[in-house]
Design a protein around this ligand. Structure first.
Ligand SMILES: Nc1ncnc2c1ncn2[C@@H]1O[C@H](COP(=O)(O)OP(=O)(O)OP(=O)(O)O)[C@@H](O)[C@H]1O
Ligand SMILES: [Mg+2]
Ligand SMILES: [Mg+2]
Length: 672
C-alpha cells in the first residue's frame, strides 16, 4: 500500500507543516487544517459511508448485499465454470450462496505473501480477478469491491472454498478476520465457493431480507442465463401465507421469451407474438437477448440488464434499443407511405412497451457500485446495429403485426400532440376572468394537462377528499344534496339549480349550446360517490347530466368514475380493501389464513374514510383504478332514448344503469 496515503503519514506531516503557515484564527472562524483531514483505511470507509458503496442503508441497500454475492456466483456461471447456484435464507437473517465454480483462490497472494488471495479479496477494496478480462469474459463484476463491501457490512461472514479436493474455511466479523484460513480436510464431489453471512444490525437496524424479493431476484437471474440452475431455499416460516415458495429449482431454457410470457400473463397485446431473439455482436464483442411486446392498455415496462445486472436507470444499451426501434418503425412507415409515422417518438413507442433486453459485454462500465445504469459508450452502437436489422426483418416478415404496431403507435403520437396543444392554452390565463364557486378547492397547476376535478357527495366527503388529494393536480368540488333529476327537468329548471350551476362554473366550458371543450379547465372529471345505493344514484344522475348537457366531454373520454372500497379488512400487519360483498369474501379467503382473526369494517361513506385510506385506494393516480365512462358507437345514437328509459319514469331501473351499463359499456380501466 502507498505510504503517502496512510493515516499516520498524513498526521506526521501535518503538524510541522501547518504551524508556521496557518494565519491567526479570525472571530468565528475555525482552525481547519491538515490535521482535520482523515484518511480511512481498509474497510473502514465502507462502514462509515455505506451509501457510496450500496446506495444507502435502506431496504434496497440491504438487498444489494445479496445481489453482490449472487452476482459473483453468476459471473462464475456465465464464464462457463459453474452451472449450479444454491441460495438459502435462514431464520435469523442468514443468507448462504453456494456455487459449483472454480472457488475463490486461496493460495498466498503475490503482493501480500502472508495472506491468502481469499483474505485479500474480502478485506481490501479493489481486489479482484475481473480487471484484466483474463479470468472472466463478460462479468457483471468489475470493481473488485462487491464482496469486500458485503463483508464489511456483515455482522459475520463465513466463507468455504472447495478447490483441488480440499475444503478451506475462513470467517470474518464486521470485515475483520477472526481466524486464519483453515484447511478443513479432503472433500470429494464438491467444488466452488460458499458464502454465508448475516447483515450487521448496527448498519441495517431491524431490517430483514425478504424471501419474496430474493426469490424474484434468483428467478430473474435464471431467466437471464439459461446455462445456470438456481436452487432457491428458505425456511418455510419465512414464507408462510405468501405466494413465495419455500424451495424451487429455477432453470429456464426458454430464456427471456418465457420471462416475458409470465410477466404479462393475461394482458392483451398489440401484436400476437412478441418480438424476441438473440444475436451476437460483431467481432465477438458480446451478445444481446430480448423479448418485447406492446400491451393494449395501461403502462408497460422495460427491464434492461447488462451481464445479468439489472439496470433500472437504463443507460447506453437501452439508448441503443430505443434508437433501433424508433428508426425501424419510422422506416417501415415510410415504406408503407404512411406520412404520420415521421412524428413517432420513443415516448409513443415505449409507453406501452413491455419487455426485457439483456446484453453481455466485455469490460462494462456502470454508474457507481450499485450499477443502476450502464455507461459503456460502445454499447449503444452495438445494440442499435444488432437489433435494428433484426427488427426490420421482423416487421417485414409479418406485415399484419407490423401494421398493427404502426397504427397503434401513430394513435399514441397523435394523442400526445393533442395533449401538448391543450397544455399550451394555459389554465390561469384562460380562466382568470371566470367566477369560480366558493366551495371549489382548486388545484394549483397552470394548464389543463394532468389535472382532475373530483365531484364528491356532501361536505364531509369533500373534507376527506381535500385532505387526500394532490394539491397540485387534483381539485375537489363537493355537491350538496341530491342534484336534480336532469332527465325529467326542464332546461330552465336545470339552470336554476345551484349545485349544477356551481359544477358548470367549475368546469369552465359552458353547457348545452354554449359548450366549448377548449375551455374545459381539467383533464379529467372524476365522479366519486359513496360505494352504496345512494351514491350510485347520484353518480347516475351526474352521468345523465353530462350526457345531456356536455355529451362531447363524455365522447372525448374525459369523464370517469372513481371506485372507492366498501370494506376494510385488517389483521396485524396487513390491510386490504374490498369493493363489495363478493370481493370481501374473496379477499378473506385469499389474503388471510383460515383461522386468522380479521377485523372487517364497512365504510358508511367516503367522509368516514381516513384521508390516507381514501388517497391510497381511490385517489392516488399510481394506485387507484378509474373507470372511463363512454358509450359504444352503436349506442350513441340511442343515448337520449336510453336515458329517458332509465332515468325518466322508472326509478327502480336507476341502479341497474350504473351497475350494468357503466360496467359493460366502453369503460376501461385507466392508470392500471
Ligand atoms: N463465487 C466466486 N467464485 C470465484 N471467484 C470469486 C467468487 N466470488 C468472488 N470471486 C473472486 O473475488 C473477486 C472479488 O469479488 P468482488 O465481488 O469483491 O469484486 P468483483 O466481482 O471483481 O467486482 P464488483 O465489485 O464489481 O463486484 C472476483 O473478481 C473474483 O476473482
Ligand atoms: Mg462482485
Ligand atoms: Mg474486493
Amino acid at each position: 500500500m502507498n505510504d503517502l496515503f496512510s493515516r499516520n503519514a498524513a498526521k506526521g506531516a501535518a503538524k510541522p507543516a501547518t504551524k508556521p503557515a496557518s494565519p491567526a484564527p479570525v472571530a468565528g472562524g475555525s482552525d481547519y487544517s491538515a490535521k482535520d483531514i482523515e484518511v480511512l483505511e481498509g474497510l473502514e470507509p465502507v462502514r462509515r459511508r455505506p451509501g457510496m458503496y450500496i446506495g444507502g442503508t435502506d431496504d434496497n441497500a440491504l438487498h444489494h448485499l445479496a445481489a453482490e454475492i449472487i452476482d459473483n456466483a453468476m459471473d462464475e456461471a456465465v464464464a462457463g465454470h459453474a452451472d449450479r447456484i444454491e441460495v438459502t435464507l435462514e431464520v435469523g437473517n442468514w443468507l448462504t450462496v453456494r456455487d459449483n465454480g472454480r472457488g475463490i483462490p486461496v493460495d498466498p497472494h503475490p503482493k501480500f505473501p502472508k495472506l491468502s488471495a481469499l483474505e485479500v479479496i474480502l478485506t481490501t477494496l479493489h481486489s479482484g480477478g475481473k480487471f484484466s478480462g483474463k479470468a472472466y469474459d463478460t462479468s457483471g463484476g468489475l470493481h473488485g469491491v462487491g464482496s469486500s463491501v458485503v463483508n464489511a457490512l456483515a455482522e459475520r461472514m463465513e466463507v468455504e472454498v472447495a478447490r483441488d479436493r480440499t475444503l478451506f474455511g475462513h470467517a470474518f466479523e464486521q470485515g475483520k478476520p477472526v481466524q486464519k484460513l483453515k484447511n478443513l480436510g479432503a472433500v470429494h464431489n464438491r467444488r466452488g465457493t460458499q458464502v454465508r453471512f448475516k447483515p450487521d444490525p448496527e448498519i441495517f437496524g431491524k431490517q430483514l431480507f425478504q424471501a419474496a424479493r430474493l426469490h424474484r431476484l434468483c428467478r430473474s437471474k435464471a431467466y437471464l442465463y439459461k446455462g445456470v440452475e438456481i436452487r432457491w431455499n428458505c425456511d418455510p416460516k419465512l414464507v408462510e401465507g405468501t405466494d413465495t415458495p419455500a424451495s424451487a429449482t429455477l432453470h429456464f431454457p426458454g430464456g427471456l421469451r418465457d420471462f416475458l410470457a409470465t410477466s404479462i400473463e393475461g394482458r392483451a397485446t398489440v401484436v400476437p407474438q412478441p418480438w424476441a431473439g438473440e444475436v451476437g455482436f460483431a467481432e465477438g464483442a458480446g451478445r444481446a437477448e430480448w423479448a418485447i411486446t406492446w400491451v393494449e392498455q395501461g403502462d408497460g415496462f422495460l427491464s434492461t440488464y447488462a451481464n445479468t445486472i439489472p439496470t433500472p436507470q437504463g443507460g447506453t444499451h437501452e439508448a441503443g434499443l430505443r434508437a433501433a426501434l424508433v428508426k425501424g418503425l419510422r422506416a417501415y412507415g415510410e415504406l408503407k407511405k404512411e406520412r404520420r409515422a415521421a412524428s413517432v417518438t420513443a415516448e409513443d413507442l415505449f409507453g406501452g412497451l413491455a419487455g426485457m433486453c439483456s446484453v453481455f459485454i466485455r469490460e462494462p462500465q456502470f454508474q457507481g457500485q450499485t450499477k443502476d445504469k450502464l455507461t459503456s459508450p460502445e454499447a449503444a452502437r452495438l445494440v442499435e446495429n444488432a437489433l435494428r436489422d433484426h427488427f426490420d426483418h421482423w416487421l417485414a416478415g409479418d406485415p399484419g403485426n407490423a401494421d398493427n404496431l404502426l397504427a397503434w403507435t401513430i394513435e399514441r403520437a397523435e394523442e400526445r400532440i393533442r395533449r401538448r396543444e391543450q397544455k399550451e392554452t394555459p389554465r390561469k390565463s384562460a380562466t382568470r376572468k371566470l367566477r369560480l364557486p366558493g366551495k371549489l378547492a382548486d388545484c394549483s397547476r397552470e394548464g389543463v394537462d394532468g389535472t382532475e376535478l373530483f365531484l364528491v357527495e356532501g361536505d364531509s366527503a369533500g373534507g376527506s377528499a381535500k385532505q387526500a388529494r394532490d394539491r397540485e393536480t387534483q381539485a375537489v368540488l363537493p355537491l350538496r344534496g341530491k342534484i336534480l333529476n336532469v332527465a325529467s327537468a326542464s332546461a330552465d329548471k336545470l339552470r336554476q339549480n345551484q349545485e349544477l350551476r356551481d359544477l358548470i362554473e367549475a368546469l369552465g366550458c359552458g353547457a348545452g349550446d354554449r359548450f366549448d371543450l377548449a375551455r374545459l379547465r381539467y383533464g379529467r372529471i372524476v365522479i366519486m360517490t359513496d360505494a352504496d345505493v345512494d351514491g350510485a344514484h347520484i353518480a347516475a344522475l351526474l352521468m345523465t347530466f353530462f350526457y345531456k348537457e356536455l355529451p362531447e366531454l363524455v365522447r372525448q373520454g374525459r369523464l370517469f368514475l372513481a371506485q372507492p372500497p366498501l370494506f376494510r379488512l385488517q389483521a396485524p400487519g396487513k390491510t386490504v380493501y374490498a369493493k363489495d360483498d363478493a370481493d370481501r369474501e374473496r379477499l378473506l379467503k385469499k389474503e388471510f389464513k383460515a383461522n386468522q382473526k380479521v377485523d372487517v369494517s364497512r365504510f358508511k361513506g367516503l367522509g368516514e374514510m381516513p384521508p390516507a385510506s381514501l388517497k391510497e385506494t381511490t385517489m392516488d393516480p399510481k394506485r387507484r383504478t378509474l373507470l372511463r365512462v363512454m358509450l359504444p358507437a352503436e349506442e350513441r345514437a340511442r343515448t337520449s332514448e336510453l336515458i329517458e328509459a332509465l332515468m325518466g319514469r322508472r326509478p327502480e331501473l336507476r341502479f341497474r344503469f350504473i351497475q350494468e351499463n357503466a360496467a359493460k359499456l366502453d369503460e376501461e380501466s385507466v392508470d392500471a
